[in-house]
Structure formats: structure tokens, C-alpha cells
Ligand binder design. Sequence first.
Ligand code: NAD
Ligand code: TYD
Length: 339
Amino acid sequence: MTVLVTGGAGFIGSNFIFYELEKHPEDRIVCLDKLTYAGNLSTLKAVLEKPNFRFVKEDICHREAVYQLFEEEKPDMVVHFAAESHVDRSIENPGVFLETNIMGTAVLMDACRKYGIKRYHQVSTDEVYGDLPLDRPDLLFTEETPLHTSSPYSSSKAGADLLVMAYHRTFGLPVTISRCSNNYGPYQFPEKLIPLMIANCLADKPLPVYGEGKNVRDWLYVEDHCKAIDLIIRKGKEGEIYNIGGHNEMANIDIVKLILKELGKPESLITYVTDRKGHDMRYAIDPAKIHRELGWLPETMFAEGIKKTIQWYLDNKEWWETIISGEYQNYYREMYGNR
Ligand code: NAD
Ligand code: TYD
């Protein structure tokens, strides 16, 4: 079977490629990635030479090129990770989010319709459900929770989800959607909370906590997310949506303090900065459906996962130091300079 993985040079997509090549060595993986600021070919170094792997640098919005690739590869499945993924960037520049996340999804699905496909899987996010109040721990996102987005990022992901369900109903495209909570683990771009705090900590730089640091996210180790997607594309039911999360809610400030403790750095590095506009308060996933129907359960608990992640960033300094020494400097100055 040939699986086309978009966005495979990014954080979750690369982890998914490693997982699939290991678990299903009989399959062929074709990775389609534009290599935006968030994509890194060096991440895929260990698999680039494998005979059952091919990397193609291309934009998912480039219709002719996408059709050409489908013509060549005739993929059996598409697992669509490619996206603009950072909320703060979407607040600064929504346009590219609409282009990549919505229009790019449409191009891929059109290619699937034209060339035929066994499964198109949309990697979505819990952020499409909006947020939950801090004082109602009983409330969790289920697959029936209405879409109610806050940021241009989450709105673009919700728009794509609606389009995916429309292609299923109107054209009979065999789709599935997964909506996962916040991931952490190796190869996450250092603009996101956990790697940013690790990198700053190691450089003894201030740790910029938005608002009061009380916002809650439901953290999942990236490999558990990959395992869930692998199950969904092979055993999940067409037309279905699956929430993925590990019942691991934590306030931002507690994560930051934990990282400081693990690295033996003082809490005086914490700096409270102006809050993110429209900042979602709390995300919390109810993963009962994927557990009940596909038997999925998270395997890496947070206490272990965060240790492994910190160790990975310590062992792979070259990977992220190269990133933060380039264009990232301008991003950091613009985003945090006067905050
Ligand atoms: P990422 O930003 O690390 O990687 C995105 C990848 O997509 C990069 O390699 C980039 O080069 C590529 N890309 C961007 N625009 C492209 C285009 N036009 N054409 C081709 N490739 C393009 O993102 P991530 O954190 O790995 O997230 C992957 C997916 O998972 C996204 O769809 C995101 O919405 C979803 N998701 C992420 C999280 C999380 O916590 N990171 C949680 C739930 C869902
Ligand atoms: P992030 O990793 O950007 O993921 P998302 O916004 O998609 O959940 O941020 C996670 C949380 O951390 C979010 O509540 C915003 C907060 N945050 C900070 O407090 N400081 C930072 O520098 C960053 C990047 C995030």
C-alpha cells in the first residue's frame, strides 16, 4: 500500500512517518511537504534513503503538481498533516492559514476524487471546539460538541473539517477526521510552548508566560497521537470523527515550573507577558469513542513523556539551535520584543 503523508517534515507528520515505516515496513510512504519555516528536511534524514520512502517538496495548494504526484504514485491513502499550525502567527497573518488549511485541503481531496482513494484522513485539532470554562471540570469535548472557534488558526481547521464532511456526503469520498489535543515530544518547532520554554531555560532567557499562566491544555505524547491515527486509517469507519486525548489537563504555569525544575533553573526566569488575543481558556478531550471502538489508549504518561522530551532536546541541540539561529530571531523579536 502507498500512503501519501502531507506535512511530514513537520513535528507530528515526521513522528508519524517514523512510526509507520517501523510498524508497516511493507508499505510505501510518500511525503509531500512545502518545507515552510516549520518544515525541516533534516528531521527526515534517517529515512530519506529508505527504498520505500520518497520525499517531494511541493505546496499542497499547487493543483497541477498535486495531480501529477497522484498520477505518478496512485496513493491508496492520504494522511493530511500539512498546515499552518501556530495560533500566534494566525493572529498576525490569517491569510496563509486560509490558503493552506482550507484551500490546500480542497486541492488534496479533489485529487483523491479524480484518482480514487481508499481513505482520506484529515488530521484536525480539538481547537475547533473552542474552549471550556476553568470552573467546569465536568465538561469535556465530545465528537458532538459544536464547532465554536476562537482564532484564525482554529477557524481555518474547522473550515477544512466541514469541507471534508461535505466531500464525504456530496461525493462519497471515504474520509475520517481525528481531533487531537496538544502534542509534545521530539521535533516540535521551538515556537510552541514546551520546546520554547526548554530552549529559553537552557539559554537562561526569560520564560514568557501569557496572561496569568492559568490556561489549561490537555497534553498528549506525540507517539500516542501517531498510534491513534494509524488505528483510525486502518480500522476506523468511513465518515467518522474521532477525538484523541489522554485526560492530561495541565495549566501552562505548572508545565513551565516543571521544566524549570527538571533543568535545575530558578523560577525567577518566569516572566508574565501580555496575554494572547482571544486566548482559549481550557481544552479537554473525551476520548471515550476511540477507546470503545478502536481500543486506543495513551501509553506514555506525562511525567515520563516530559522527561523523555526534555532529554531529546538536550541530546539534539544542533537540530533546534540551527532553527533558532536563523529567521526565528526576527519572529521572536516581533512576537515577544515589546510584549
Ligand atoms: P508543524 O507546523 O510542525 O508542521 C507543518 C508541516 O506542514 C511543515 O512541515 C510544513 O512545511 C508543512 N506545510 C505547511 N504548509 C504547507 C503547504 N502549503 N504545502 C505543503 N506542506 C506544507 O505542525 P504540527 O504541529 O506537526 O501539526 C500537524 C497537523 O496536526 C496540523 O494539521 C495541525 O493542525 C494538527 N494538530 C497539531 C497539534 C499540535 O499540538 N501540534 C494538535 C492537534 C492537531
Ligand atoms: P501553544 O504551544 O502555542 O499551543 P496552542 O495555543 O495551540 O494550545 O501554546 C500552548 C499554551 O501556552 C497556550 O495557552 C499559550 C501558552 N503560551 C505561553 O504562555 N507562552 C508562549 O510563549 C507560548 C508559545 C504559548
